[in-house]
Design a protein around this ligand. Sequence first.
Ligand code: NAD
Length: 349
Amino acid sequence: MRTFTYTALPSRVVFGSGTVTRVREEVERLGRRRVLLLAGRHLDPRVTDGLGDLVVTRFDGAVMHTPTPVTDRALVVAEQHDVDCVVAVGGGSTTGLSKALAARAGYDQVIVPTTYAGSEVTPVLGETRDGVKTTRSGPEILPETVVYDVDLTVDLPVALTLTSAVNAMAHAVEALYSAQANPVVDGMALDAIAAVARALPRVASDPHDLGARADLLQAAWLAGTCLGGVGMGLHHKLCHTLGGSFDLPHAPTHTVVLPHAMAYNAPAVPDVMARIADAMGVPDAPGGLYDLVAGLGGPTSLAEFGFTRADIGRAAELATATPYPNPRPVTADGIARLLTDAHDGRRPG
Ligand code: NAD
């Protein structure tokens, strides 16, 4: 018998094709009238057309890992225009800025994701101050509403699609062996893993395959919900360290490290790895994931991002400085070996 505690998070999700035209209705549903629109280059004109006069100002300076000076600047803009709601259209970096503003000033948020990062359904905010990335969590950080529109994802380049979808898969994988794992999260995680494994090759051969794109976006939501619902382990800790302290790119780093983190944990959770392999339709989960990424031309080595063998010792030290839950005990030597394999791009198994 399993013992668990489960808390569902109160976020409203609108999912489909063409749903971006419903953003105004969702802002009004929250009783809000003064919108700060956060968006970069990938803004669908239907968002601005639909929101019309509700948009009182815009900010397009979001960057990865949510540096606090950017939030400071965006907050000045928001306060000058007396906004009461943030609408964010973009990837995890844009969502991160929206959450940082909500954490500071309590704004309601409507998020329109264009990648598979999953941040939009978590109450977690990772911020970087003076080169150090810290994470905090709170109900005020969780966006009120998410509008998933598959149309906005069809132009996401295949390389970005691959790494972002593996980023989603990482949330699902670590949820399955989390100390807080429970049947609801298990179901979502396995569904997300299977969908990513099935849909990625289809999107790679036809990026405009709307059905495969919808599978990936739904997997992103499910995997993000896993991330928001239970604690993560070694893999997320490593990627957090590599992103925050070595400035490695978020989703590509997840893509390289995940097969190695899975191989590290496999001896402690063979049953979980068997369920993942089954969901992916491969004989061995870590090797199968590595092959999926390599077969689609994705990154397999940390060296590709400028991470060197000389960095391994410090990264292992940082990643093991404070204890955290993980199915297999985390040792500096073990992590150094894992990072060496990830640096060299070796296939696990
Ligand atoms: P991102 O938002 O920086 O986007 C990656 C790249 O994709 C950017 O160059 C962006 O311009 C481009 N892009 C986005 N949408 C596009 C589209 N539709 N078409 C073409 N290009 C597009 O990166 P990301 O991987 O989505 O998010 C990473 C950030 O999210 C990190 O800061 C990470 O820490 C954070 N994150 C937070 C959580 C959480 O729960 N707190 C979860 C996951 C990720």
